[in-house]
Design a protein around this ligand. Structure first.
Ligand SMILES: [Zn+2]
Length: 250
């Protein structure tokens, strides 16, 4: 299968991770082909086949998917709220971030232009997977995710590794109506001609929470410029969602 990895996370044998491209899945056009979203009109049976393919490739038995809504709710997956008999592909929880210290569950974020932010604290062995589109950026879901790691799992921000997947780059991130859509305090991320740099915004949000710059890796790959490998909502409108996955090994 085709996937990319982060240099920051690769050295840790305790976890496994990857950003899967849109290729080598089962879905037909316009969701071709490794679409993992159930909410966009694709054939559900094919989506489940795609999800299963990723799960087996990662050698996991269970995955955790959220019903992502561009908010900043973080779901805390702890032993006491985790039901053993739940099926793979749990998808009924509304939220845009998951934090856990439970091994053998693959946390999956689904995107097509939005950022997936994979986080790992190697000392506490806690992982988080966050979905942050422009609305998540405005609401600072990154802060919500890191606060959860600190408050519920005693993580320290200086130990947290943060990696941002392929997403809409400043080359394509145009907001014609930015004056009504984006708060004024974020206008400093505007480049020329109403284009915004949300990669820089996320970097700054991480730094502000105490994450060290050498613990941040941003894959500066623009999804709208790379639709051969990634889904792009802006470019294609009706399209799939690719998977960013992170899990703690047994
Ligand atoms: Zn671009």
């Amino acid at each position: 299968m085709e996937y990319i990895q982060f240099n920051l996370l690769k050295p840790y044998s305790t976890i496994c991770h990857g950003i899967f491209t849109r290729n080598q899945g089962f879905s037909k056009k316009p969701f071709n082909s490794l679409n993992v979203s159930l909410n966009i009109g694709d054939d559900k049976n094919l989506v489940f086949k795609n999800r299963k393919k990723i799960l087996q490739f990662m050698k996991f038995k269970k995955s955790f998917y959220l019903n992502q809504v561009h908010g900043k709710e973080i779901f805390i997956l702890k032993k006491d709220n985790y039901l053993k008999n739940q099926k793979i592909d749990i998808n009924n929880r509304v939220g845009d971030g998951i934090v856990t210290n439970i091994p053998e569950i693959l946390l999956v974020i689904q995107t097509a232009d939005c950022q997936s932010i994979l986080m790992y604290d190697p000392l506490k062995k806690v992982i988080a997977n966050i979905h942050s589109g422009w609305q998540g950026s405005i609401q600072n879901i990154i802060k919500a995710g890191i606060d959860t790691m600190i408050n519920c799992f005693q993580c320290k921000p200086e130990n947290i590794l943060s990696c941002i997947g392929p997403s809409l780059g400043p080359c394509c991130c145009e907001f014609i109506n930015y004056k009504t859509e984006i708060p004024k305090n974020l206008w400093k991320y505007k480049l020329k001609n109403n284009y915004f740099d949300f990669w820089k915004l996320s970097f700054d949000q991480l730094i502000l929470q105490g994450v060290k710059s050498h613990n941040i890796e941003i894959k500066k790959k623009c999804t709208k410029c790379s639709t051969k490998d990634f889904f792009s909502y802006r470019k294609e409108k009706i399209t799939g969602r690719f998977a960013s996955v992170l899990g703690i090994k047994k």
